[in-house]
Design a protein around this ligand. Sequence first.
Ligand SMILES: Cc1cc2nc3c(=O)[nH]c(=O)nc-3n(C[C@H](O)[C@H](O)[C@H](O)COP(=O)(O)OP(=O)(O)OC[C@H]3O[C@@H](n4cnc5c(N)ncnc54)[C@H](O)[C@@H]3O)c2cc1C
Length: 477
Amino acid sequence: MKFNRVIVWFRNDLRVRDNVTLSKAIQSGKEILPVYCFDPRMFEQTELGIPKTGLHRTRFLVEAVTDLRENLRELGAELIILEGKPEEELLQLAEKYEVEAIYFSKEVTSEERNVDNSLESAAWTKGIVTESFWQSTLYHLDDLPFPINQLPEVFTQFRKSVEKMSEVRAEIPSPLTVSYPGTEVIFSAGDIPELSQFGLEEAKQTSRSVIGLVGGERAGLRRLQSYFWDDDLLKNYKQTRNGLLGTDFSSRFSAWLALGCLSPRTIYYEVKRYEKERKKNDSTYWLIFELLWRDYFRFICKKHGDQVFHISGIKNQVDSWNRDQEQFALWCEGKTGIPFVDANMRELNQSGFMSNRGRQNVASFLVNDLGIDWTWGASYFESKLIDYDVCSNWGNWMYVAGVGNDPRENRYFNILNQAKNYDKNGDFVRAWIPELAAIKGFDIHQPEELNSSELKKMKIELGKTYPHAMIEMKKWA
Ligand SMILES: Cc1cc2nc3c(=O)[nH]c(=O)nc-3n(C[C@H](O)[C@H](O)[C@H](O)COP(=O)(O)OP(=O)(O)OC[C@H]3O[C@@H](n4cnc5c(N)ncnc54)[C@H](O)[C@@H]3O)c2cc1C
C-alpha cells in the first residue's frame, strides 16, 4: 500500500519562494517529504587532481542546505538529509515511507541527466511515479518562440526574439505551510554534514574576502534588498558592472542563482518594481540582459548536450591545444608574473569569486596567450568558483576559447590594455599581490619595466619575491 505522500528532491533549487517543484507538490494535496541528498560524486577529485567542488562552494552549499532546513521548519516540515547516490538513496527512502511519487527540478547536462534517468527507471520498476519540472531559467523552456533544436546560435538573435515574443511567467509566492508526515513517522531526518567530512580544510579567513557570500535563500534575498533598495546600487549597474575591486560594482547574485537560493524571476519582478517605484534606465534593463545570458547558456546546453564539454566545442574545432602542466600550474596559482592575471587568480583561489572582467581576462590569457586546453581552465573554475554553474561556466569558456557560438572570430584580450582600462592605478593588483604593493600607480602592472635598483628599494626581486613574466609583455604595448 502506498500513502498519499511525495518526495520533493531539492537539487539546484534550494528555496521555498518561487519553487515550481515544491509548489506542484503542495498543489497535489499530498504529504511532502522534502529531501536533500549529498552525492559523493560531486566531491570527487577531477582528472586535474583537484576536488570537483572546492572549499568555497562546499561551504556555501552547506549553508544553503542549512538555511533551507530552517525555512522548511517554519513551514512545518523537516528537510531530510541523505548521503549517497540520489538514484539509490531516494528510492530507498520512497520505499521505506511508501511514497507515491518523487518530484524534482529538471537539469540539462549529462551528469545530472544520467542520475535522473537512473532514478526514473529504478522508480518505474517499483511503481513509483517521477515528475520533473523546468524552473532554472527566467523564461520557461516551453515559452520560447522556437523549439530548442532551432535555438539561434547567436545570442542577440535569441535575446531579440525572446524579448519580443515571450513573457516571463508570474512568480510563485512562498507557501504558508508544507504538509509533513510528522516526527511520529519520520524519527530522524539526518544531520547536515560538516565541512571536514568532505575532506576540506576550513580556509583561513582572509581580510580581503568578498562580501560575506553566505549560502541560503534568506541571505540571497537580503542581498537583493540591499543592492536594489537600501544601497540603491541598481540604478548605476551598467556603469559599475565591469569593476574589479570591492563588493558592490555588480549584484553578486550569481552564487545564489547557481544553487537556486534565488530565482531569476524573483530578481526580474523586483527590477520591475524598482523601475516603477524608483527609476527605470539602461542599468535596470542591463541586469535583465545579463540574466538572459544565463538563460541562453542553459538553453545552449539543452540544445547541444555533451558537446559543450568536448574539446572541439559546438564548432567542432580541431584539437590543437597545448597541455603544458607546468604553465597551467602557474596560471592556477596566480604565479604567471603578469600581475593583472595573477591578482584575479589569487582572488579566485582565496575567495571563490572573480569578477566577470577578471574571468574574461584570465580565460583569454590561458587559451589565447598560452594556448592551453580550454577544458582545463573550465575544470579549474568548476572546482574553485563559489558560483559555479555548469551551463554558464562551460558556455562562457567555449565562447572565450572560440569553440562556442560566438560570431566574433577572435575574442582576444590585450591584458595590458584591459589593466589600463579597468585598473589604471593598480589598486586591484595591490590588494591581491601584497609583494608588489609598494610599486606606485600603473607601474605595478609592469614590474619588468622597472630597473632592479628601483625594485630593490621596494624589497622586490623578480624571480624571487615575485615571478618573472612567463611571456613577453611587450607584445601588448
Ligand atoms: C570564463 C567564464 C566563466 C564563467 N563561469 C560562470 C559560472 O560558473 N557561473 C556563473 O554564474 N557565471 C559565470 N560566468 C559569468 C559571469 O562572470 C558571472 O555570472 C558574474 O561575474 C557573476 O557576478 P555577479 O552576480 O555580480 O554578476 P552581475 O553582473 O551582477 O550579473 C547578474 C547575473 O547575470 C548573470 N550573468 C552575468 N554575466 C553572465 C555571463 N557572461 N554568462 C552567464 N550569466 C551571466 C549571472 O547570473 C549574474 O549573477 C563566467 C564568465 C566567464 C567569462
